[in-house]
Design a protein around this ligand. Sequence first.
Ligand SMILES: Cc1ncc(COP(=O)(O)O)c(C=O)c1O
Length: 463
Amino acid sequence: MRYISTRGQTPSHSFTEAVAAGLAADGGLFLPESLPDLSTRVTGWAGLGYAQLAAEFFHLFGPEIPLDEWQALTSEAYGRFDHPEVAPVVRLDDRTFVLELFHGPTLAFKDFALQLLGLLYRRQVARTGQHLAVLGATSGDTGSAAIHGCLGQSGITIFILYPDGRVAPLQERQMACTGADNVHALCVPGTFDDAQRVVKEAFGDAGFAREVNLSAVNSINIARVLAQCVYYLWAWLRLPDAARAAGVEFVVPTGNFGNVLAGWLVQQMGALPGVRFRVATNQNDILHRFFTTGEYEEGEVRASHAPSMDIQAASNFERFLYYVLGEDAARTRAAMAEMKSSGHLSLGHVPATTLCSSRVDDQGIVQTLAHVWQQYGYVVDPHTACGFFGLASDRVSVVLATAHPAKFPEVVQEASGVEPVHPSLEALKSKPLVRRRLAADLGAVEEYMRRALTVPPSIAVAP
Ligand SMILES: Cc1ncc(COP(=O)(O)O)c(C=O)c1O
């Protein structure tokens, strides 16, 4: 199994190399050279537990790692989830199911990928003997999930930049109250874009990147997409026969297009017959516009009740485009160049796929959240509420619940009257918060990182 770049100008990589590199050198995203055929395998996997299923799946994509090592990795990663089924499928009624993806350490679906990625980094360190400095920027969920994936891993130090006052208080606590020596949550002035700019500049400083052995933690690593494929198979195998026979729509709250792409890729592998996928957006609806008009046009990001989906440039879209353009890297390269120069891409038609879309504004999120509570006695977070908006009448819906409602208590309480709580978040409230403030400036961040990496971790605290 080799991995190629969507832009076709990078030599192929092994799984381990593609994971370590993150982004291809030509600016493209890694994809498997060819997708395995799962159509005959899937039913044989029906009796597997979640970690076993993940190991079998990953062994197809990373065959250089022996199956027993995959089993150890996935058992460790998913053993940290607080539900015995890891990703329980909850039946609300005969036509409505929820795939709960919030039982990981940071209570968001990102834990599925980042718990495993942290262990793959650890494996990389053990094999190369080189310390790894993991760097990323976050608007909330990715940073905390990445931190908890690397927490306490020897040979890895993680640095996450987040915008001051622009992440939810509990998200900040998940990042800044770990007490772990190898974790540095850094609060910078400005917006997520300012934090992201400094991160990009640090990777652009090749000398520094080499000096500290820098690795990116962002949403485009192929391991993240593959880890998210597993729960679609898992959910499919757990649905009642009658539900599968009626036709299924997976409804996926979407921002960067990573989560829904994973499901769609599983279908390209010959699994999930007859399934449709709904790209459920908030008011930042670039993808809904694309799936209704064939025009991809970046707009202004407007803050919403579902902040992790406040995105207007979906970084995983390029992978989808590659397939839609006939797996033609030259066309993908040209399309991405057009998008970069004009912020716009026109396919001239809506591609014929199994994807459809929806959009809901903040008022709709609040109304939907209230409605789901009244109808089913089930509390959802505002991202998941985007999925519950306008459920299909012709199919069985499986809505992906991407975050625990207790991560967003204000809007949940406003809409449903219920105060959502989770013990791990309650415990965080009494922990000391060390807010390490830095300038949103490359020099300041590099200096901080050099000091943290050379002095004993316990005294590596920002001024
Ligand atoms: C809670 C939550 N829901 C949905 C999404 C959207 O997922 P994706 O960016 O993979 O489309 C995110 C991620 O950014 C998230 O944190």
